[in-house]
Design a protein around this ligand. Sequence first.
Ligand SMILES: Nc1ncnc2c1ncn2[C@@H]1O[C@H](COP(=O)(O)OP(=O)(O)OP(=O)(O)O)[C@@H](O)[C@H]1O
Ligand SMILES: [Zn+2]
Length: 869
Amino acid sequence: MDCLTEERLIRQKLKALNGISSLDFDLSNRTLLVGHTLSSETPIIEAIKSLHMQAEPLERSKHPTSCCAPKPNPVAAVSCCGGSTIKTAHTHTTPSASQGGQLSIFKIEQMDCPTEEGLIRNKLEGMAGVQSLEFNLLKRTLGVRHLLPSEEPIKKAILSLGMKAEPVNDTTRTRIRIMQMDCPTEEKLIRDKLSRMEGILGLDFNLIQRVLTVHHDPEVLTPMLDNIRGLGFTPELEADTAQQTASLPAAKKWWPLALGGMSALGAELLHFTQAAPEWLVAALALVAVLGSGLSTYKKGWIALRNRNLNINALMSIAVTGAILIGQWPEAAMVMVLFAIAELIEAKSIDRARNAIEGLMQLTPDQATVLQADGHWVEKAVNNVRVGDRIRVKPGERVGLDGIIEQGSSSVNQAPITGESLPVEKAPGDMLFAGTINQEGALEFRVTAPASQSTLARIIHAVEEAQGNKAPTQRFVDQFSRIYTPGVFLFALAVAVLPPLVMGGEWFTWIYRALVLLVVACPCALVISTPVTIVSGLAAAARKGILIKGGLYLETGSKLTHLAFDKTGTLTHGRPEQTDYFPVEMQGSPDVYASVAASLANRSDHPVSKAIANASLRKGISIQEVDHFEALAGRGIRGQIGSHIYLLGNYRLVEERKLVSDWLKSKTQELERQGKTVVMLMDESRVFALFAVADTVKPSSREAISALQTLGIKTLTLTGDNPHTAQTIASQVGIDQVRGNQLPDDKLSAVKELQQKGYVVGMVGDGINDAPALAQADIGLAMGAAGTDTAIETADVALMDDDLRKAADFIRLSRQAATVLKQNISFAIGIKAIFLIFTLTGHATMWMAVFADMGVSLLVVFNGLRLLRQ
Ligand SMILES: Nc1ncnc2c1ncn2[C@@H]1O[C@H](COP(=O)(O)OP(=O)(O)OP(=O)(O)O)[C@@H](O)[C@H]1O
Ligand SMILES: [Zn+2]
């Protein structure tokens, strides 16, 4: 547990347990303090285990606020407000036996459409020892969590489906000799560093041989070596490195299909004109079927052997059937049309896939790096290290993430934020890989290796998102699992029942049954959904909206409420001090200003920053602060000299019973002007009053009205006081306001709406929003480009600070939902029509294939339309 993702997971899991009163996360120490009334810690540990994390109890809490006297036997006792400190180990990169399974990742080149997914799922799901499967059709990888002693049975099972599974771990296992590494201290250092890296799947230390074996993604090799060097070690790659690069699938030959097409046309023509003997027609048809359909037959046979009725099996049966009843030209035409349809579909899916890969090509391969001797050298970006200094010329694309050290320029950040209006950048500002420097030369210091740049992380997240299925996708998968066998059985009945029972003609009814087989193909349905979702995700990414899965893309269309926090979301989050009133005069007013500034200087909270900055600008001196502490939702506390001071809001003054009439009316007056008031006090007196004011972002107003046009109810949940909150809310036009919200209040506000049946999104940026963001149906993070965690933890990450993107997201979601609905009703509608036509004898087989192909193409193109958004 070392990032907000895990915090969120655990929070959601434990919330469901009865008897848990509080959760206190400390990510930096990987500890979690649980306040609970449970008789033992076992349920907590079990719950965490179910998340694939390992929790070890450290001790009973000696928390000062605990109402319990220390117990003689702290472990056995049941306490009224027991606290348990639990240490969790981050294990999702190196799974251990204790979580019940091992994760093997395979690359399967032939697996790129839902047909293959279904085939593999059927085969593996029933297999003893297999626990769960995770498909990623875009990356063509399959993750299998299992209890098997080796990966061989899995590989075999996949091979029996005609596909080849390459274990990802084996393709990139690198042995690194590190001479300085011979004791556990060094092991821990390296383990800590590397296990946090993306793309590292496992670490094996051999301290005797001083060799570290790493299972990793090929592209992280360089940054990994750099990280090891960064720890002061000299890694040497072993000569016998077992590194193989997975071979690309051979390009499909086009001539058999062309030959098949010509032959099919020829057969049809000869048959129609009766210009040639029937055996020639049959021969031509056979050439057509074999030329265009051999691979369909192969795949169909494999599917049938595995008792799976996929499209290939259906087509093989239909075509064979047509041949058996002597419909040669028809069989040929059907097979050829089907092969062409498959080809076009594959190309269309590639287009959706490439839309994401296209994002990656935005970064240049080379960067100009400053050498120790003062020269500038062109280097591959993959070899550039964190800390290197890079130069970008005007008009050049930035190769890596970094912080500007020299020069100023305007930068087009559209590849990251989707906003093509250039942004002014000066020393100290972040620069992102993939963005375009416009008129000035810039020099910057690299802050992340190429593989970990913001853009790389966006692409990675979009790729992962594809594995996170939308509800519609699940529905379609399930539907097609029933639909296909259903129609198949129906076709069987149509073939035999009318001739047997009603004296129908065998030929007619068998033919109709064969047409039904073609109609039974759920291809259009199955294919349109992922294409639509991927297109939606890619279109969003290009606009600077990172959606973390089809689920959120779809849920976005159902949102009824959107909640915002105020600071940094509606406002700029950079308040300025506007007023200062010393309450008690003792010498110069600067005395209290200095005390307040000293405390404030220690905090990152925008209110504190404003107060510290105001004093610093006036040249007021800052003093040493001891025992500094943040008081959530209230303010801060610290010791200066021998005296303890507090700086915080009215709630803090009330709690210390230091309220006076003057203070109350002054505070309210300032708050009504939209200012935030904090006071400097100790335990017995209030010394001074400060007011700070934040400005509303011009885009917020527009964003709120755009949301209201979309019919979304807006509401503000803020830790700030209700008066200020109300003033700011009316400036931007927000419907509802709740002030004085502690993190838990924000969470219950979201919950309350959800219990009324609403679908709630929450936009926030601060720590105080984390619980509410987790509770919301969709948690949106703002300004994600600059922060590491936002991209990883939010459900939807808006790359810049522009709230209008929230409206864009909802609009895109609704479009995607519409396209999904259109596609599904269109696909099912055409099937229904054909069902009737077939039974009444109006449909021929090739019409069915033609219609099926037409529908498939239409729905795929309809899905791809989202890309152009
Ligand atoms: N470190 C701090 N320094 C000064 N004042 C603080 C500090 N922390 C909290 N406060 C006071 O407590 C109030 C609530 O703080 P909190 O962090 O919960 O919300 P916020 O950041 O003001 O608003 P939002 O919830 O919209 O982000 C602040 O408005 C401020 O008056
Ligand atoms: Zn993690």
